[in-house]
Design a protein around this ligand. Structure first.
Ligand code: SAH
Length: 237
């Protein structure tokens, strides 16, 4: 799968994908991350990407022209008004639909995903209305740019791709997977006693049926305690 990122801060992405499973998957050719500088699609000497909002108000907005030009170059079918369902454009935005595991799973089958990162006070609304296939938030808070959100989306989708994690099963039994409205169960490793705090006895014995029951119960308790909102079921895709 190819991930494209459109940003005014391409340097930001030097770090996030150079570690762990994503870095290994990149070198193995399982995924490709291409970062594009929005300023490359400006037409003026100052490489202007922003302008003041109509109607007044604080701050600046990203202008539509460089974003449309960039997307229509990277996904060239869009220059002729076509949309290829295998090549999707998502605008990162505090006003979007909230990212969740099922949404990430729905993206993992496509061939290319282009993430548009906003900055300043946001992006001219025509990007949402006429260019992006979707507008997505990573949570109910305001960041100063879409770069962190793009890195989160890439990480979430990439680790689901075949061959990225060593063991495909390892994504099946996590929080939000399998039973999507239940978190993963608490886990412990050695030592069996640390500062007087003991690992639950049942996990030390070899009774798999008891361990399975304990894990299920512990996962339900933890979900009820920390994420009572999940009992209403998984978020819709
Ligand atoms: N004025 C906007 C916030 C702009 S923040 C509002 O109140 O909704 C600038 C940029 O940061 C946005 O265009 C978006 O790309 C990014 N951003 C901010 N919060 C985000 C979030 N929770 N999820 C994804 N992107 C976010």
């Amino acid at each position: 799968m190819i991930f494209h990122v459109l940003t005014i801060f391409p340097e930001y992405f030097r770090g996030p994908f150079e570690h762990g499973v994503i870095a290994r998957a990149k070198s193995a050719g399982k995924l490709d991350i291409r970062v594009h500088n929005l300023r490359d699609w400006t037409g003026d000497r100052h490489k202007t990407v922003d302008d003041r909002p109509f109607g007044g108000g604080e701050g600046m907005l990203l202008k539509p022209e460089p974003i449309f030009s960039a997307v229509e170059t990277i996904f060239s079918e869009r220059a002729t008004g076509m949309r290829d369902p295998e090549r999707r454009v998502i605008l990162l935005s505090a006003q979007g639909r909230r990212l969740h595991q099922a949404m990430a799973r729905s993206l993992m089958g496509i061939s290319e995903l282009l993430l548009v990162c906003g900055r300043y006070e946001g992006v001219d609304e025509r990007v949402t209305e006429h260019l992006a296939d979707d507008e997505v938030t990573i949570g109910d808070y305001v960041l100063s740019g879409g770069e962190v959100a793009a890195a989160v989306m890439i990480e979430v989708v990439a680790r689901l791709l075949p061959g990225v994690l060593g063991n495909a099963d390892s994504t099946m039994f996590e929080s939000f997977e399998g039973e999507p409205n239940v978190l993963d169960c608490p886990q412990y490793t050695r030592p069996a006693e640390f500062r007087g705090w003991k690992v639950p006895e049942v996990l030390l014995g070899g009774n798999h049926e008891q361990i399975r029951k304990w894990r299920k119960q512990a996962a339900l308790e933890k979900t009820a305690r920390l994420r009572p909102d999940l009992k209403d079921g998984p978020a819709a895709v």
